[in-house]
Design a protein around this ligand. Structure first.
Ligand code: IFM
Length: 453
């Protein structure tokens, strides 16, 4: 099973999840520093203070990537390393760190794919409303321009935002992520300002006139009813509206989905945050779409769940795990065909543009066995099935150009702390020892032959 020539096989991480060194190099505080240090917010009280210590172990990590034959590394820039207070001039120390990272990748012939925002908003901006404040979009564009000017000569792929649904709904709607608010109205305002920040940053970066590829990454989950009932079909449509169309429609069609806005409008949410020309700016053309795919939403109508802090409760809906599904260590169902479905849907319903899977992978209860190995056969079969699903989409005409496995290293899994392991490389946290798992060796082989047997 061959993949297209020059298919970009890579791995991904994000700054707060791997870097550590939160008080070094002039870095300011982010909402995740505050949140993780608030008792009860993260499992076991874990924080990203040390994480995988990649800040100090860059060379070792880059060498390991190179040994494994990885072709691309998707990483994120920590905004508070660049602008410790979220605005104003750049902290040169922060830029220097990413310059070392990017040069180190290039020296090893690994393509850098840079994400500007993977959830670590400077705390100073949250103190004045965070993503509910329109000004944060302007601040983001300013930050994007600084990073772009410093690194655009060496970075070919630029992703403005990672998973704006998660930033908005987990952070402002459900409160299980930083900054921890529980209010759908705030989540909607945050959604709009995140999308606007993407558009404004695109304008700034595009005006540089270079040949770099600019895009955005969405977490997309196809939605389907859990039972053959009208109420569940309706609930699935509401979930699809909030989880997928609320982001895809404005980005590609320059409009918010009517049904989603009326649903919240009828419930008294003030939607006046959308101003003239915002949607034109949000729908500015992108060069590629990044898709993070993990599972489908299998939805049942659940009016009784209104008011609870679980995804889609405000829609009177709930995403359930199908009985027959295999589950990952996160409890997520394994549903590779959902990846084919979402890739084909983008091409058919939105735009036939280049796409990259910018994240896909699974958590496993990994451990180092007495022989010193980490035998993660569940991850190998998961990736194998998802690569096949991606291949299936390519066979149906989708212009899929690359695949970033989540994740290169085990890391800080947000509210789950270090209890969940997603890496193809095991991290023994105390000693900061890296042990490539069986999946890393297997992936290396897939990359070498650019396909599967
Ligand atoms: O760890 C996260 C990542 O930061 C964003 N996408 C999903 C991953 C697994 O939960």
């Amino acid at each position: 099973m061959d993949f297209p020539e020059n298919f970009l096989w890579g791995t991904a991480t994000a700054a707060y999840q791997v870097e550590g060194a939160v008080n070094e190099g002039g870095r300011g505080a982010s909402i995740w520093d505050t949140f993780s240090h608030t008792p009860g917010k993260v499992r076991h009280g874990d924080t990203g203070d040390i994480a995988c210590d990649q800040y100090h172990r860059l060379e070792e990590d880059l060498d390991l990537m190179s040994e494994l034959g990885i072709l691309a590394y998707r990483f994120s820039v920590a905004w508070p390393r660049i602008q410790p207070e979220g605005s104003g001039s750049a902290n040169q120390n922060g830029l220097d760190f990413y310059r070392r990272l990017v040069d180190g990748l290039r020296q090893r012939s690994i393509e850098p794919m840079l994400t500007l925002y993977h959830w670590d908003l400077p705390q100073a901006l949250e103190d004045v409303g965070g993503w509910t404040n329109r000004d944060t979009s302007e601040r983001f564009a300013e930050y994007a321009a600084i990073v772009h000017e410093a690194l655009s000569d060496s970075v070919g792929f630029w992703i403005t935002l990672n998973e704006p649904w998660v930033s908005a709904w987990m952070g402002y709607g459900l409160g299980v992520h930083a900054p921890g608010h529980q209010d759908s109205a705030r989540a909607l305002a945050a959604t709009h300002h995140l999308l606007l920040s993407h558009g404004l940053a695109m304008e700034r970066m595009r005006s540089a006139g270079d040949a770099n590829q600019l895009g955005v990454t969405l977490n997309l989950h196809p939605a389907r009813p859990s039972r053959d009932r009208e109420a569940d079909r309706e609930a699935a449509r509401r979930v699809d509206g909030q989880a997928n169309r609320l982001y895809l429609d404005p980005l590609f069609h320059g409009d918010y989905p009517e049904d989603v806005f009326s649903y919240y409008g009828e419930r008294g949410v003030d939607l006046t945050f959308v101003q003239d020309r915002d949607l034109d700016r949000i729908s500015v053309p992108i060069d590629f779409l990044g898709i993070n795919y993990y599972f489908r939403n299998t939805v049942r109508d659940a009016p009784e769940e209104q008011g609870q802090s679980i995804p889609f409760a405000d829609l009177g809906a709930r995403s359930v795990i199908p009985h027959e599904a295999e589950k990952t260590a996160m409890g997520w169902p394994v549903e590779p065909d959902g990846l084919t479905e979402i890739l084909v849907r983008i091409k058919e319903d939105y735009e036939d543009l280049p796409m990259y899977v910018t994240e896909n992978g699974r958590a496993v209860h990994d451990y180092i066995d007495p022989e010193g190995d980490v035998d993660d056969e569940e991850r190998v079969s998961y990736l194998d099935a998802h690569f096949r699903a991606a291949h299936q989409a390519i066979a149906q005409g989708v212009d899929l150009r690359g695949y970033m496995v989540w994740s290169f290293l085990d890391n800080f899994e947000w509210a789950e702390g270090y209890s969940k392991r997603f890496g193809i490389v095991f991290v023994e946290y105390g000693a900061q020892r890296r042990v490539p798992k069986s999946s890393a060796r297997w992936y290396s082989d897939v990359i070498r032959r650019n396909g599967l047997e």
